[in-house]
Design a protein. Structure first.
Length: 220
């Protein structure tokens, strides 16, 4: 008799549902602040909401594409071996020619960066403030992306997608706090759902031990 185990347990599915619901709640709560945000509002509520929905659509599409790429990479790693550095290089080297389409915009921003206020560093060295922020951002992004590509070789695509989604959720919460936006009851509910879902997924809360387990048997 061979016992065929499910790839993901019931607890994993519940955790994904909870995390997804939590992120949706926080997104809806942020949408309610579009009208009151004078810094980004154009005065036309329908236009502002259209821009907001466009951004949400792009982020959602990017998330699904990232998940699809993770599944594709998972199959490649099984067939050809795990080479995260090679994947990291080609994923970032191949799109580089596309930046030529933005050459004018990039050049104008270089000028803005050069004209930004100087930032005094150690040993009497000064650097335009925006260049310092850009360098710091590139370094942290490299650490993040490199870690994600290494994670794809060690974990399933579902786990990687969950980690990336949680990272974006933490960024959302941090931006709400940093820019001093209102943190409503809906935000708290969404955060609680994400927190509980994370605990279940990481098996800190062993939900599967409380649920009846079913085993599918297959004859030899």
């Amino acid at each position: 008799m061979i016992i065929m185990k499910k790839r993901y347990t019931t607890g994993k599915y519940i955790s994904v549902v909870l995390i997804t619901a939590g992120i949706i709640l926080c997104t809806i709560a942020s949408a309610q602040q579009v009208e009151d945000n004078k810094a980004t509002s154009t005065g036309d509520l329908l236009y502002d909401l259209a821009i907001w929905f466009t951004g949400i659509f792009i982020l959602t599409a990017a998330l699904f594409m990232t998940a699809g790429m993770g599944i594709y990479q998972e199959g490649i790693y099984k067939q050809y071996g795990k080479h995260p550095k090679e994947s990291l290089f080609f994923n970032h080297a191949l799109p580089l020619p596309g930046f030529l389409l933005l050459a004018t915009d990039i050049y104008s921003h270089i000028q803005k960066f050069n004209n930004s206020a100087p930032l005094d560093l150690a040993f009497g060295i000064s650097l335009p403030r925006l260049w310092f922020f850009l360098i710091f951002n590139v370094i942290t992004q490299y650490i993040c992306i490199r870690s994600v590509f290494i994670l794809t070789t060690e974990c399933s695509s579902l786990t990687v997608t969950l980690v990336v989604t949680l990272r974006k959720f933490v960024s959302l919460i941090f931006s709400i706090w940093y820019f001093q936006n209102p943190f409503t009851t809906t935000h708290w509910c969404g955060t609680l759902l994400v927190f509980i879902g994370t605990l279940i997924f990481t098996e800190v809360l062993p939900l599967d031990n409380l649920l009846p387990q079913k085993k599918t048997k297959k004859e030899d």
